[in-house]
Design a protein around this ligand. Structure first.
Ligand code: SF4
Ligand code: SF4
Length: 285
């Protein structure tokens, strides 16, 4: 009997939360004691949820469903994926880092960029840790973005697009809905990094407490707010949504403008701070 016990969902959630709260690698001395991330949110989706098939229509045929990820990763198990699950996590960016970025008007603060760059390395370690924890118990587990077949391609419909989208997975796992800026609005807002893992461990899916893909965005549901349009120095957000190419052009050019150590990394992320959805689901009142 694996050590997951009677409540494997709680076991997985607590394992992720402990990894973030107890780990000295969640931060760097350059952040003066501020961690990269605060307490994570965790959601679970059924790997066979038909919603994943609809992502192929939205993103493109190249987009992989969780079952396809399992088939590619574990070809010897073909056809044995009933009850498989997707675990998705949200790592909220720490408050002092968000507060620092609110003051910026052209490009990221250096602490935001540190969190984005090295925090992402920590996010990868979290995925590897979770995969090894589940694998040690005799189950299959894979982090799709760490597989050799993960790729970003140029799609006719959507420009640059990956064959696995953490935001779409988090949406399927009940963790939030999309904003005008393209970010996922979660209970802890849009200022976050996210990750996911696919496993044949059977877990109870998290209910999706929304009925449309943009339910939490004030502009999309009420025609109000639009603060992310004003915040974007690259003109990449409009009432039509987020233009990835304009965003990339601005982020690349912003490298030279970052005060402190930019590490040569492109950065901006201004649409994730000083907006009503920065750290919560914005109130509709
Ligand atoms: S800032 Fe306002 S309009 Fe933009 S994503 Fe957030 S809620 Fe939607
Ligand atoms: S959309 Fe891109 S360029 Fe605009 S604020 Fe967000 S990250 Fe910056």
């Amino acid at each position: 009997m694996p050590f997951f016990g009677d409540n494997p969902e709680d076991f997985v959630i607590q394992a992720i939360q402990r990894f973030v709260s107890d780990n000295p690698e969640n931060g760097t001395s350059r952040l003066n004691g501020v961690p990269y991330f605060e307490n994570p949110l965790v959601g679970i989706a059924d790997a066979s949820d038909p919603l994943f098939l609809t992502f192929k229509d939205i993103i493109g045929d190249f987009y992989l469903t969780p079952v396809e990820v399992l088939e590619k990763s574990f070809p010897e198990h073909k056809g044995l994926w009933e009850g498989a699950s997707v675990i998705s996590w949200i790592l909220p960016i720490a408050r002092p880092t968000r507060e620092r970025n609110r003051r910026e008007t052209r490009c990221s603060s250096d602490v935001w960029l540190l969190t984005k760059t090295y925090g992402e390395e920590f996010n990868i370690k979290l995925g590897e840790y979770l995969a090894s924890l589940i694998t040690e118990q005799g189950f299959c587990a894979v982090v799709p973005t760490l597989t050799p077949f993960f790729e970003i391609i140029q799609s006719e419909q959507h420009g640059f697009a990956a064959n696995w989208s953490e935001r779409h997975v988090a949406y399927a796992a009940g963790l939030g809905t999309f904003g005008l800026s393209g970010a996922l609005i979660t209970e802890r807002g849009v200022a976050m990094r996210c990750g996911s893992l696919v496993t044949n461990l059977h877990l109870k899916p998290t209910p999706r407490l929304y009925s449309s893909a943009r339910e939490y965005c004030l502009f999309s549901t009420r025609g109000t707010c639009g603060r992310c349009i004003e915040r974007c120095p690259g003109g990449a957000i409009s009432s039509e949504g987020h233009d990835k190419e304009l965003c990339m052009i601005h982020c690349a050019s912003a490298v030279q403008e970052i005060e402190g150590d930019s590490m040569g990394m492109p950065g901006c992320g201004l649409c994730q701070t000083a907006v009503p959805c920065e750290a919560c689901i914005p109130k509709k009142g």
